[in-house]
Write a protein that binds this ligand. Sequence first.
Ligand SMILES: [Fe+2]
Length: 206
Amino acid sequence: MGDVYRAFSTPLYRRKNQLNKAELNPALGSLDMYRLKTDDGYTTKSPWVLENELKFLKPLVQECLDDMIYNDWKFKKDLYKIEIQNSWVMKHTKGDQSGMHWHSNSLFSGILYLQCDEKSGTLMFVNQDNWCGNVLDFEFEEDNPLNQDTVGLIPGEGEILIFPSRTPHMVSPSMSEHSRYCLAFNTWIRGPLGKGHEHNNSQLDL
Ligand SMILES: [Fe+2]
């Protein structure tokens, strides 16, 4: 059998974290939230909860972002910084879900799971650019990373996931009796573009 070299892939950063429930639970209880027009979940009125209500979580989120861009992606530390642009909390009660969407005006997005259990819904990522351009629908003997168009994850409490903002994702309906709370955020990377290339006259500072 030949080998397959996986030339490109969609990176999903995952890390388990310990959350301080004594600090978190009262903060979750005091969030100002409203029911979405789509009637499938609640969200915070504020799009900057990491600057205010949940600012005690910001160092943890920033640590994960820095770990990803410097240790995994190898961005040059002296040139680039990743900044959180906005942040909000989503709450799902039994039957709530999130339809497929992606995050505009952001490079990496993330989700930190604040309160959930194994019945709170599956987070599904959709391959938007598969090998045949998503225009042919073959049948396979089994699912594997080469042929599947979706990846489903059931994250645990305290887990963070960071992914390219353009990656479509959705959450299946919650079957849990307990509310699911997660923190979502968008980011931008500050630094120079195009300065490392000798013949590239197109330079830009983000
Ligand atoms: Fe999302």
